[in-house]
Structure formats: structure tokens, C-alpha cells
Design a protein around this ligand. Structure first.
Ligand code: NAD
Length: 297
């Protein structure tokens, strides 16, 4: 499609004030002709087919990758509900993303809480078209020291919790005849990494769960996994000294961590109509980290 034709289908040019809510990069030019032009360009570039009006539920959506994904879907014109167990982070995201359709407090490892939060998301948005099944935790520890309680906790959130939310969404979408479920795995689910054996096992589990769900739920519901490599979330940055950050960046062919908004962009694409033929696979976003084993380091 020619750029002119694409622009003709756009909604009216937003005002600088309303556009800024959707386009943070125009901030430096606020109130100028340059700002209007930049906002309009961003509206074109941000546009993913079929996301406007979609109803999206994001678990672990109050922080990091989930929060960036909530912001991205709002920019695309979707209705977004965030589910998180962290009450404080939930209050913050509510202030940060004022367009959210709802913020729900629930622990994904508790089946009853998942069922009632999912029902509340359906009530608030009138249905759920897209699930971003993203909540997860990790604990850095030696394999020899992992306690039974730690093992159970990581499995409960990262695998059982993903299953609980996925099944609630799949039942809802199956009945309605369509939907998209996207689950956050990790490169740790594809390769071995020291000090995260329990976490790695859960992420490998998420990948197999994704593949199996995709086969059973086709052709109505698409199911994919996203496997990020190193993502520089604020919490992750706080754990690094500058030297540690440089060392990890040096192992990545693109020489940097991903920004959470880059993982959000992959979720937006996979949920869009442009990805209508994609199901049952894992999409890696790791700056080339796992492309060549030792050769890529
Ligand atoms: P984060 O800690 O910033 O965000 C995770 C969110 O999930 C938090 O808001 C937390 O409160 C929520 N959460 C945790 N346990 C929960 C539970 N039981 N019920 C409901 N909510 C819960 O972390 P992040 O880096 O944004 O991670 C998001 C996902 O991405 C996780 O699944 C993680 O394993 C995965 N991942 C992260 C990276 C990375 O480098 N940051 C890399 C690969 C995969």
C-alpha cells in the first residue's frame, strides 16, 4: 500500500497534547509543527493490523516487559487489562497508563484468584481477545542449594500459573471461536544456563505447553511463545554494576540488552492480523545471543 493511501485511512491527526500520550518521542518538540509531523509518523509506524479495539489481558503487567507491552497495546488502540500480584506496582501502573481498562490484583499460582480475575477482565472489557501470559519469577542459586520450597515456588508461578491463566483464556476463546495466546518463555528455556536450573526447566515447560496448546486449539486460537534473551528492565538494571552490564553486553552479538519495548513490539506483531498464519512456535528476541553457540560469543 502506498504511504498516501495508508495515511488516508488514519484517524484525524491527534492534537499535540493527545498525541503525546501515545507518542513519547515527540516530547522534545511539544506544541510545534515538528511535533505534529512526528506524532503522525509514529501513528503510521506504530500501526499493526487488527489491534485497534482488541481486548488484551496481560499478566505480570505492572512491571518490566508486561508494563511496556501494556503501553504498546494502548498505543495501538487496544483495550488493556493488567493482572499482577504486586499491589504497589499496580497502583503505579494505573497512574502511568491512564488508559488502562482495568488493573487486577491476583496471584497466577492460585487457581481461584485466576478464575475470578479472568472473569473480572471479561466483565471490564466485554471479552478477552488476546492473552499475554507473562508473569514470572527467578531466583539465582546453585543447583546443589535449591530447596524444595524454592523449587515449588518457581514451578508454581512460572509453569502452573501459566497453565491456569492459559486454560481460563483458552476456554473463553474456544467458546467464542477465536483468540490469541502469547506466553513469555526465555532463551533459558532453549539452552542451559547456570544458577537458574529451576527457572530454565519452567521456561522449557512453557515452550512445550505452547506447542501442545497450539495443536489442540487450532484453527480457532493461535498460541505462540516469545523467548527474550537479556532484557534491561529497571529491576534488572538495578542488579548490575556498570562493569557487570558491560560484561554481559559483550557476550551479545548486538552488544546490548533488549529494551522491554522491543519485546512489547514482538508481542504486538504476534497478536496482530499480520501474524495470522503464525502458531505453535517460539520467537526469539536475543540480539543473536543464541544464534551460534560459542561462535556467537
Ligand atoms: P518483572 O519482575 O519486571 O515483572 C514481572 C511481573 O510479574 C511483576 O510485576 C510481578 O509482580 C509479576 N508477578 C510475579 N509473580 C506473580 C504472580 N505469582 N502472580 C501475578 N503476577 C506476578 O520481570 P520481567 O523481566 O518484566 O519479566 C517478565 C517475564 O519475562 C517473566 O516471565 C520473565 O521470566 C521473562 N523474561 C525476562 C527476561 C529479562 O531479562 N528481564 C528475559 C527472558 C524472559
Amino acid at each position: 500500500m502506498k504511504r498516501g493511501a495508508e495515511e488516508a485511512q488514519l484517524p484525524p491527526l491527534p492534537t499535540a497534547a493527545s498525541g503525546l500520550a501515545a507518542c513519547r518521542c515527540a516530547g522534545a518538540f511539544f506544541g510545534t509543527a515538528e511535533a505534529d509531523a512526528l506524532i503522525r509518523t509514529c501513528c503510521i509506524l506504530n500501526r499493526m493490523r487488527g489491534l485497534k479495539g482488541k481486548r488484551v489481558l496481560i499478566t505480570g503487567g505492572a512491571s518490566g516487559i508486561g508494563a511496556a507491552t501494556a503501553g504498546r497495546f494502548l498505543e495501538e488502540g487496544s483495550a488493556v487489562c493488567v493482572l499482577d500480584r504486586d499491589v504497589k506496582a499496580r497502583e503505579q501502573i494505573q497512574k502511568q497508563l491512564t488508559g488502562l481498562a482495568g488493573t487486577l490484583v491476583a496471584d497466577v499460582s492460585d487457581l481461584k484468584q485466576v478464575q475470578s480475575a479472568f472473569a473480572e477482565a471479561v466483565r471490564l472489557m466485554g471479552g478477552v481477545d488476546v492473552l499475554i501470559n507473562n508473569a514470572g519469577i527467578s531466583i539465582r542459586h546453585n543447583f546443589l542449594d535449591i530447596t524444595a520450597a524454592e523449587w515449588d515456588k518457581v514451578i508454581a508461578v512460572n509453569l502452573t500459573g501459566v497453565f491456569y491463566v492459559a486454560q481460563a483464556a483458552a476456554r473463553h476463546m474456544w467458546e467464542r471461536g477465536s483468540g490469541v495466546i502469547l506466553q513469555t518463555a526465555s532463551t533459558n528455556g532453549v539452552m542451559g544456563y547456570p544458577y537458574y536450573a529451576d527457572y530454565n526447566a519452567t521456561k522449557a515447560g512453557v515452550i512445550e505447553l505452547t506447542r501442545s496448546m497450539a495443536l489442540e486449539l487450532a484453527p480457532k486460537v493461535r498460541v505462540c511463545a516469545v523467548a527474550p534473551g537479556y532484557v534491561l528492565t529497571p529491576m534488572q538494571r538495578a542488579e548490575y554494576s556498570d562493569a557487570m552490564l558491560d560484561e554481559v553486553n559483550g557476550k551479545i552479538p548486538l552488544r546490548r540488552h533488549a529494551g522491554p519495548e522491543e519485546i512489547a513490539a514482538l508481542f504486538a506483531f504476534l497478536a496482530s492480523d499480520d501474524a495470522a498464519y503464525l502458531t505453535g512456535h517460539v520467537y526469539t528476541a536475543d540480539g543473536g545471543e543464541t544464534a551460534g553457540g560459542l561462535a556467537s560469543r
